[in-house]
Design a binder for this molecule. Structure first.
Ligand code: ADP
Ligand code: MG
Length: 235
């Protein structure tokens, strides 16, 4: 059984502030409370703070814009990965702010998140949406062009059984990529199935959640980590 108590605190805070979209920090906090691995993440509101946090988190690290008004962070120039030291963090902070302010002059920018850089893995997407007919459904697919161009995804209706989770992962056309190719090791599909089941159990108990987007999740030969996350609450 997934313990959902930690998630309520996060959702309640957003509600009190009149928000239906949880920030990346809140979304990851919620995922962690459900037992889903994510990156370490903290909010910095100045260049100095970002530098100090990066020293605590360690290198390489990642900086990302934090703004409820910017949903596609990389399109806005709001994501810098592979930062090797505090100087690079300072430069990344300035570059992110300049680019996001130029592209979205109206956006309220809360600051920048500092996170550890997850080691490279196979990028997959796990999503949850509310279908008018079927209610909550969970989506699984490979990340990048696989989902954008080829629309190679599978859907399952909540609540998922273990067999549903296993099939969701195996049913995509590119499933063979998960089994390893050109010498790469197979990814830990049981870790992906575990995330699908935890998300399913959570949303089955939490009708106020309308959408979830774990995009991407890095899949490894051992385990899987959500490196970006967004949770949207219903009205
Ligand atoms: P967007 O809002 O554009 O979806 P993401 O947070 O998904 O922004 O970041 C864009 C890309 O940067 C991701 O697809 C991933 O490849 C990489 N990335 C983001 N965060 C991390 C991280 N903490 N560690 C490693 N790679 C990351
Ligand atoms: Mg993303």
């Amino acid at each position: 059984m997934v313990n959902t108590t930690g998630s309520y605190e996060v959702m309640e805070k957003a509600r009190e502030e009149g928000r239906t979209i949880l920030t990346e920090i809140e979304s990851k906090q919620l995922l962690r409370s459900l037992g889903i691995s994510t990156t370490e993440i903290r909010l910095a509101t100045s260049e100095e703070e970002a530098m100090a946090m990066s020293r605590e988190i360690g290198y390489p690290c990642v900086l990302k814009v934090s703004s409820a008004d910017i949903t596609h962070k990389s399109d806005a120039g709001g994501v810098k990965v592979g930062l090797a030291d505090a100087d690079q963090v300072a430069r990344a902070y300035r570059a992110i702010m300049a680019s996001c302010r130029a592209k979205f002059p109206q956006a309220a920018i809360e600051g920048v998140t500092v996170q550890n850089m997850a080691r490279p893995g196979l990028e997959v997407i796990i999503g949850m949406a509310t279908d008018p007919q079927f209610g909550p459904v969970i989506m699984f697919g490979l990340g990048g062009v696989w989902v954008e161009v080829l629309k190679d995804v599978s859907f399952k209706i909540v609540p998922l059984t273990k067999a549903d989770a296993a099939n969701a992962v195996r049913e995509i056309r590119a499933a063979r990529l998960l089994e390893g190719f050109r010498g790469s090791k197979p990814v830990d599909t049981s870790a992906l199935e575990d995330i699908l089941l935890r998300v399913s159990e959570f949303v089955a108990q939490t009708p106020q959640v309308k959408e979830m987007d774990l995009n991407p999740v890095f899949a490894y030969p051992d385990g899987a980590v959500a490196v970006d996350a967004r949770v949207i609450l219903g009205e």
